[in-house]
Write a new protein. Sequence first.
Length: 318
Amino acid sequence: MNLKENQIKQIYSSEFLLSNNMQVYWGITNNCNLNCHYCSKHRNEIFYDLEYVSNIIKFINNLSDIKSTLFLKLFGGEPTIHPNILDIVKSISNKINIELQTNLILDIELLKKIIKIKNIDIFNVSLHYGLTNRDIFFKNLNTLLEYSTNYNYTVLLNLMYEKDYNDLINKDYQLYDKISKAFYNFNVGISLVYHNIINEYDENIVNWANKTYKKFKQNRRSISIIFEDGTAEQSSFYRLKGMGYNKYRGMKCSCLKNNIYIDSNGDIYPCQTYFRYLNKKYGNILFDKDILNKLINEEYVICEASECDCELDIPKWR
């Protein structure tokens, strides 16, 4: 389907359509213990201390009192290398749905301490081929699975796809897909590391990744598309990007109402694309005194990005 012939009129996930729910991405630190060449977020910086970070936590907790449901994704960089990671996890309101995104290269005792705080709902772990120490990674993954039932969280395993590791990725996927059948709270999927999906991957790889991605328990959000001619279809993250359906410049988008990205220094952006590529921030939690009241009155932004990178399920319309 050619977008010039059949433009998108509306795209949305029912979880956010006409809702007061919010998705918050917080990059606790942009520092990382790996150096993935495909990562656009990693940069060396200071670690903001607990006093500074507490202002961001207070803002998020206050926001959760206003929103119906708040989904918080903690990532980086690598969030577990922040020296105050335990205090951060402890301080977040337990009514917030928390997902910790990690490369799982950390001391196993630190991992157990994070688990035992009982505040993480989803451990979203990524295996980066050619960079990750597999012994450490799989030892920690086995620990996560061992504790998962008693501590009531979900484990999502992302195998980060690069074609040079195709055979090993396929082997890992087949093994852990079988293991996942023994756990109600564990799933494994293929993640495509390059954002330019159309030019980087052939159709078979995209279809394979899309098939595994849809099995993730937290990704039951189906994305609906309504076209200008009145036709409609159900889609998913990789299909949208693979078909080039992620071009929304000039459309209204309910980011700020349903989605924000918070950088490690407290800067707020409508989404990850505004942070990564446009570098156009909305404000700062510590230095803009009335930013919470300002934010909760926002209804939408007019998208300025040439392509949407990550927040494809946030409602957009013409």
